[in-house]
Structure formats: C-alpha cells, structure tokens
Write a new protein. Structure first.
Length: 359
C-alpha cells in the first residue's frame, strides 16, 4: 500500500486544516498509510488519537529546518507522494525535493488565490489542485501552468452534515430565539466586520423594517469579535444577534437556522455554504469568486449583488415570507451537495490524481 504524506503549516480549525483532516481520515479508512506533518494544533492531537501519525514541522518558522526534517520523514517512512496544502507547505516541499534531489511527486492544493510571486516555485509541483474553476482561471492569468491545474471541489461529509441532527425547537429555546422567527446563521472567522459580511448583516437588521423580527446566529471567533460585540450593543441588537462562539461541531447548531448566509467580499469556494446546504439550508451570499459554483441561483439559494444591502434584504425576505420556497430550496441544496460536493466525490477525484504518480 502507498505511503502518503499530507503537509500543512498548522492543524488548528480552519478551511485548509479541515480539508487535510477529512482527506487523512478518508485515506486511512480505505487502507492507505497516511501521515501528516504540520506545526501542530488541536486537530493534530485528534488525528493522532485516531491512529494517524503526525510529525512536527515548523513550516511557518523555518523553511530551512522544515526541509531537513521533511527529507528525513520521506526517507524513513518511504513516502510515495506528498500532498502539500497552502503556499508555505508547497514551497517547503519543492525546495526540499530540489535540494536533496529526491523523486517524490508533489501534489499541491491551492486553498486560496495563488499569488504571482511564488509561481516559479509552485509551478514545479506535479499537479496543482484548484478548489473552484474561478481559482483555476485566476491562477492561469497569473502565469501558472494550465496543464498542471485540475479543479477538485472541496468535500462535505454529508453523513455528518445532515438535516435534523438536533431538535430545532430545543436549540431555539436554549438561545432565546422565538420558534417562528426567521433566523440566519453565519459561520466564519471574525477577522473584521467587513471581510465576511458581519457588518452587512448587522446593518440590515438595524435599518430595514422587514427584518425587525429576524434573528442572526453567529458562529466563530477572531480579532474582530470585540468590535462585533460593541456594534451589536450600539445597534441595540442584543436580543436578536446570538454569539455562539467557536464551535468544532458546527453541524450540531446549524439546525437552529432557516438559511445560511455569507455576504463575504471574497471566497475561492465557500465551504461553509456547502456544509449548510448539506443540512437543507438555502444559501445566500454575494456573487463573488467561486460562490456561483456553490449556489445555483434561484434553485439552492440566492446570489446577491456585491455590496448591495437592498438586494440582500430582498433575497432573504423571499425566504422569510415563503416557508415552502425555503424548504424547497433546502431540499435542492442538499441534493446539489450530495451530487457535486460530497467527500466521496472529492476523494474519488483526488485518488485519480494520486494514482497518476504512484510507482
């Protein structure tokens, strides 16, 4: 059986980190020998408890030391393929291979937009995986080799993210949300209030009469949390905006809402939308980046004009005032995720790439 090493700068909770954990667990379940090297984190401990060997690699602190340690891991454990995640991990893998003249193939997943400054290094990997057609085209424009880029959408565990995991009424009672109140949920790092759209959601709750009974559930943490709390108080929204904090089991809270929202300024894919959709929630987001590949407008949710609060309220109000439409879009949303974004589909496509480089 092949030995596969997954490389990522850290293993805390985040998009690339969750992706690595999902890939590792799936590889292990089908019999591959899978290893992970990273700077550590909460997920590293969890995966080690599950029998997936983890190596500490200070990728963010020293690419030189990381390259030395990486070479030792490859030789000791007879690694057949490296799957690097993030710019820093890709650079370490390529520099290590060049310095020590090793023949191990490198697959690289670009979780964000590839910057032009690293194209000479990243173009040396054997295959670049883009998480959306949008990110593929952006990379090609920056000078990355088109023939090396393949689109494989991020996967959602549709058994974990399944509807009615929790009792909606009990959840709402727990957080003082009226049973019949139209409720949105946003799941995101709170970097600042504009980046992922928190400010837009507060503004519509404050300024539009049709939203006066709506509620918003916020899951996440970050440097912008204190500012968010201040703004909620300033807008007098303490009773309608519910801060749940950081959750490692988002799937156990999503049932509280009617719709998942992400009026973000930029997304290469929008995995949290796909996860919410898997739980039969219509998705509403700005029409940016890779979002149109996730949301089928008017079928699984709504695409909103960029930075347009009027349009955001209009689209959300369609769902707030029509429960049948909301339910129908939710059904179509789960159907789309199962067909296009399931973890099984992602692994099937990923293994096709892997096997091209197995000896």
């Amino acid at each position: 059986m092949q030995n596969i090493l997954l490389l990522v700068p850290r293993l805390n909770i985040g998009g690339a980190e969750s992706y690595v954990a999902l890939v590792a667990r799936n590889l292990k379940s089908i019999g591959y020998n899978v290893f992970i090297a990273s700077g550590g984190g909460m997920l590293a401990s969890q995966l080690q408890h599950e029998g997936i060997k983890h190596f500490f690699l200070p990728i963010r602190l020293s690419k030189y030391i990381s390259a030395i340690l990486l070479k030792r891991i490859i030789k000791k454990y007879n690694i057949n393929l490296i799957h690097a995640n993030s710019e820093a991990a890709g650079i370490v893998a390529v520099k290590m291979r060049n310095k020590y003249n090793l023949s191990v193939p490198i697959i690289y997943t670009a979780h964000g937009i590839l910057p032009p400054k690293v194209k000479n290094i990243i173009n040396q990997v054997d295959k670049i995986i883009a998480v959306s057609n949008f990110s593929k085209q952006a990379a090609i424009k920056e000078g990355y080799y088109a023939d090396k880029i393949e689109v494989i959408y991020n996967g959602v565990d549709t058994e974990k993210f399944c509807p009615q995991r929790q009792d909606k009424n009990k959840l709402r009672k727990q957080y003082n949300i009226p049973q019949n109140a139209f409720t949105m949920i946003i799941v995101s790092r709170i970097k600042n209030l504009r980046n992922k759209g928190h400010q837009h959601l507060l503004d519509i709750l404050k300024n539009y009469p049709e939203t006066k009974s709506w509620h918003l559930v916020v899951i996440g943490k970050g440097n912008g949390l204190s500012t968010l709390k201040q703004k909620i108080k300033e807008y007098n929204l303490q009773d309608r905006v519910h801060l749940l904090g950081h959750k490692t089991d988002v799937e156990n809270y999503t049932d509280i809402a009617d719709v998942i929202v992400l009026p973000s300024y930029f997304e290469t894919f929008g995995l949290v939308l796909a996860e919410g959709m898997a739980m039969k929630k219509p998705a509403v987001a700005f029409n940016v980046g890779g979002i149109p590949e996730v949301i089928d407008n008017n079928r699984t949710g709504f695409l909103v004009k960029y930075n347009d609060n009027d349009d955001l309220v209009k689209k959300l109000n369609c769902l707030a005032t029509n429960k049948n439409l909301c339910a129908q879009m939710g059904k179509e949303a789960r159907k789309k995720v199962k067909a296009e974004f399931s973890s099984q589909q992602m692994m099937k496509n990923l293994l096709k790439v892997y096997t091209l480089y197995f000896k």
